[in-house]
Ligand binder design. Structure first.
Ligand SMILES: *Cc1c(COP(=O)(O)O)cnc(C)c1O
Length: 386
């Protein structure tokens, strides 16, 4: 059996090596390292792929979130609601900008932000909601957009884990995640579903005016050379990263399909096993794992193990040569940087439980059946024995 990796970027590289090597050499030869033609070409290709009017590349996914919030003109004191169960970048930029983070609980099945909890958290100071398409599963966007509209709030989609996923609207039409809210952010960190070979990120929006504002913000607040109209930042995607992303973008649907195939095999193996709860899709058609849509692109394949010592399972898997991850082990509202006396433990029953039960298995485009069988057998054996 090949060595099992949490993420297999070397294996993926072998499939695109020629194109990647050639285009990196071309960028080096052209010396157009920043804002070169490769960045513009990638931007246009991603706009077309997503079906969104504007993609604004930037330096990483955390910057993308921050710049989206700056572009919307959010001001200190404004409250921004986001999920308690996610990567810290989301809450970090809210706090950095002097905005007030308001963390709310998530849904136990989808792991995404809980709509009732969002509604309860809305106050006259609330300005925006940040849903995260966590682990690659589209959040409940229609209901969220309705709620936002009712209360005149912005919706900023954190699509760092969801690129390529589709959301099916109530009327049956589909949109790619990251194109539904007022603005969205994504990350091209190497291990994301569309990753470059360094850092990278982008902001998406269908709003022309907001896109214009954001294009200035990423470039020191300049709309005309050396005229600084607003306080901006320096946040750029470089040409070498853009050219890697151009090589990968045509394969993104194939990469996501490979992840979904691996996920289906995992789920089939775990079916009926007591104490294991497998991840699920978001639409009515896919109580199991959706064959018919792309609502889940499995950035992570995350199990809940109940009545089981999750940490002992993780240790056992590692001992058997199976890498795994715990995303995330601590609710954000309990992180030292974000504790706030306004939070009430009784408001976070789901996150407080999930952090004890979740475990993410190896998930990438190169998993083979032998590896998947070994992983699932090892997990099942442990869970049944304890
Ligand atoms: C990775 C990630 C980010 C941050 O992206 P970087 O490119 O690492 O800055 C933000 N939000 C979520 C949900 C992520 O998974």
């Amino acid at each position: 059996m090949r060595k099992i990796q949490m993420v297999d970027l070397q294996g993926q590289y072998q499939g695109i090596k020629e194109r990647v090597d050639r285009s990196i050499r071309d960028v080096v030869a052209s010396a157009a390292f920043i804002n070169g033609p490769e960045v513009h070409a990638f931007q246009a290709e991603l706009e077309k792929y997503l079906g969104v009017k504007h993609v604004i590349p930037c330096a990483n996914g955390t910057d993308a979130l921050q710049i989206a919030m700056m572009g919307l003109g959010l001001k200190p004191g404004d409250e921004v609601i986001t999920a308690d169960f996610t990567f810290a970048a989301t809450v970090e930029v809210i706090a950095l900008l002097g905005l007030t983070p308001v963390l709310v609980d998530v849904d136990p099945v989808s792991f995404n932000i809980d709509l009732d909890a969002v509604e309860k958290a809305i106050t006259p100071k609330t300005k925006a909601i940040v849903p995260v398409h966590l682990f690659g599963l589209a959040a409940e966007m229609d209901a969220l957009m309705d709620l936002a509209k009712q209360h005149d709030l912005y919706v900023i989609e954190d699509n760092a884990q969801g690129i390529g996923a589709s959301y099916t609207h109530k009327d049956g039409s589909k949109s790619k995640t990251g194109t539904i809210g007022h603005v969205a952010s994504t990350s091209f960190f190497p291990s994301k579903n569309l990753g470059c070979y360094g850092d990278g990120g982008a902001i998406f929006t269908n709003d022309d005016e907001l896109a214009h504002t954001i294009r200035g913000i990423v470039n020191h607040g300049m709309y005309k050379r050396y005229h600084h109209d607003v306080v901006g930042v320096n946040s750029r995607l470089d040409s070498i990263q853009a050219t890697v992303l151009r090589a990968k973008l045509p394969n993104l649907d194939g990469y996501n399909a490979a992840r979904q195939t691996a996920a289906r095999k995992y789920t089939a193996a775990f079916k009926g096993i007591e104490n294991i709860i497998t991840p699920t899709g978001s639409c009515d058609d896919c109580p199991f794992i959706c064959d018919t849509c792309d609502c889940h692109v499995f950035h992570q394949y995350t199990l809940r193990v109940v009545n089981t010592d999750r940490d002992a399972l993780a240790k056992h898997l590692n001992e058997q040569g199976i890498p795994c991850g715990v995303y995330y082990p601590i609710p954000l509202h309990k992180q030292k940087a974000y504790v706030d006396e306004r939070y009430n433990e009784a408001d976070f029953p789901v996150t407080n439980q999930l952090v004890k039960e979740v475990i993410s298995l190896p998930m990438h485009t190169e998993l083979d059946d032998e590896q998947i069988n070994f992983i699932t057998n090892t997990v099942i054996h442990f869970v049944q024995g304890s």
